[in-house]
Design a protein around this ligand. Structure first.
Ligand SMILES: O=c1ccn([C@H]2C[C@H](O)[C@@H](COP(=O)(O)OP(=O)(O)OP(=O)(O)O)O2)c(=O)[nH]1
Ligand SMILES: [Mg+2]
Length: 143
């Protein structure tokens, strides 16, 4: 599937790093190096603008390596990029470690998954189909 993109950064376009990757790594586009202090959150620009077809969304998810090694994650994970959004893609990072984390322009700080989604029409009802689970949840089957 083709997706229109405007790349105002000097980074390469997001790419699938392996043959069957679901996610494309997203790179920071910043003018000077940033420091994310412990528990600090920051909206990091990418310099990318995209036009998704109707019925698709992009999800911004953390990279597990950064989470494991440095406690860096996406605060609103998975971030949602709507198909009608025309602004710059930005990544809301948070540092959940007890040490500073440096970000340089071009660093791969998150990943993006393009996925299909539905839009529904509500159908008002007074009863719902019965199931074995019923209202059970929150570990009601045990842990
Ligand atoms: O991690 C993110 C999340 C969102 N966005 C952009 C694209 C998305 O389409 C728009 C709105 O995001 P969202 O719906 O999550 O935010 P909101 O707080 O509901 O804002 P709005 O009222 O603008 O929808 O912001 C990003 O660039 N990065
Ligand atoms: Mg919204």
């Amino acid at each position: 599937m083709n997706v229109k993109v405007i790349n105002k950064s000097n980074n390469q376009l997001p790419a699938y790093e392996t043959a069957f990757s679901a996610g494309m790594d997203l790179r920071a586009f910043i003018t000077e190096e940033l420091t994310l202090k412990p528990f600090q959150r920051m909206l990091i620009p990418t310099g990318l603008f995209i036009e998704l077809p109707q019925g698709f969304e992009a999800q911004i998810r953390p990279r597990s390596g950064l989470a494991l090694k440095y406690g860096i994650t996406v605060l609103n994970s998975p971030g949602t990029i709507d198909a009608d959004y025309r602004g710059e893609l930005k990544i809301l990072l948070i540092n959940l470690s007890d040490t500073d984390f440096q970000i340089k322009s071009g660093d791969r700080i998150a990943q993006m998954i393009i996925a299909r989604h539905e839009q529904v029409l509500w159908k008002n009802a007074t009863i719902l189909n019965e199931t074995n689970r019923g209202a059970g949840g929150y570990g009601h089957t045990g842990v």
